[in-house]
Design a protein around this ligand. Structure first.
Ligand SMILES: [Zn+2]
Length: 309
């Protein structure tokens, strides 16, 4: 649908100075000229959790842990050039990861900005905060991490993966295939000693109450993480949308369609239907410090539900 095309080029930007097969990767947001296919085999296995795929009715309504917590990690920022913002101005984008404390252990969703080549460094001018430092500030250490989930494998999301060698990295099959084909990310960030991928195709409950949901658009293999807590679902959307306001806009577009408004209506990503099944109360992003919360009100007579807190 048109929405997918728009998500791949979130601000209508045209890739700069790119031709041939690299173009597909570049329109996905980051350009990585000159990548070559990794020469070594990856350690991959299919995720055993695939057997736990739900039907749409149970939709993750069981196995909700009571003490799952989420901490946001500041891993730096970069300057997105004006050519990619759809405006006449560049934009500073944060790079955020999320640490999930679960009964099963610590899960890390994205790992920060990896080393790039000089051209990419000059293009995005990243300022990194070390993953080790960010984890220490959150009261954790690299060795504590049991499981890594990357929303996708561009270099600003998987930069710390080599520091977590031996830990399973959950990634969509389509994303790993794109990465292995070259032109998608930097080889040293995905092909390193101890790289251990658990490949999924579709949605998976990886730990009780922790769901991977495919959210293709920015990349074909993009995925988001759903955390079902007792006080409501937290959605780690990664770069499914660049900003909370973009998510809000499409969420409302979906509502308009479901309300039966007549066309023309704004498009929205089809997987918003699936995410809405989980009734998210907070949605957090990889490149936006803003948080989306539903414009929900309490039952008639009650005070309006606070937008934050
Ligand atoms: Zn990306």
């Amino acid at each position: 649908m048109a929405g997918a095309d728009r998500a791949a080029l979130p601000h209508g930007a045209a890739p700069r100075g790119v031709t041939g097969p690299l173009q597909a990767a570049d329109t996905a947001g980051f350009r990585h000229p000159g990548r070559t296919r990794a020469g070594r085999e990856f350690c991959c296995r299919q995720s055993g959790a695939r057997a736990q795929r739900p039907n749409r009715q149970n939709a993750g309504m069981r196995n909700t842990p009571s003490n799952m917590t989420v901490q946001r990690l500041d891993l730096g920022y970069f300057i997105r050039p004006a050519s990619e913002t759809g405006t006449s101005q560049p934009r500073a984008d944060p790079v955020l990861a999320y640490l999930v404390r679960h009964d099963k252990g610590l899960l890390l969703f994205d790992t920060g900005i990896g080393a790039a080549d000089p051209e990419t460094e000059a293009h995005y001018r990243p300022r990194r905060r070390a993953l080790r430092e960010a984890l220490t500030a959150a009261g954790a250490a690299l060795d504590d991490i049991a499981l890594v989930v990357n929303c996708h494998l561009h270099f600003d999301h998987c930069g710390g993966n080599p520091l977590l060698a031996g830990r399973p990295v959950l990634v969509q099959e389509a994303e790993l295939e794109a990465a292995q084909q070259g032109g998608h990310t930097f080889d040293h960030l995905i092909d390193f000693p101890g790289a251990t991928y658990e490949v999924t195709a579709g949605e998976t409950e990886v730990w009780p109450g922790v769901w991977i949901i495919p959210t293709p658009g920015h990349t074909q293999g993009h995925q988001s993480l759903v955390l079902r807590r007792n006080d409501g679902t937290v959605l780690l959307a990664g770069q499914a949308h660049d900003t909370a306001s973009h998510f809000a806009s499409e969420h409302l577009a979906r509502r308009a369609a479901h309300d039966g408004l007549q066309p023309p209506l704004p498009p929205y990503q089809p997987w918003l239907d699936r995410l809405t099944d989980f009734d998210p109360r907070r949605v957090l992003f990889a490149h936006d410090c803003s948080v989306w919360e539903p414009p929900r009100t309490r039952p008639a007579g009650g005070p309006a539900e606070a937008a934050t807190g």
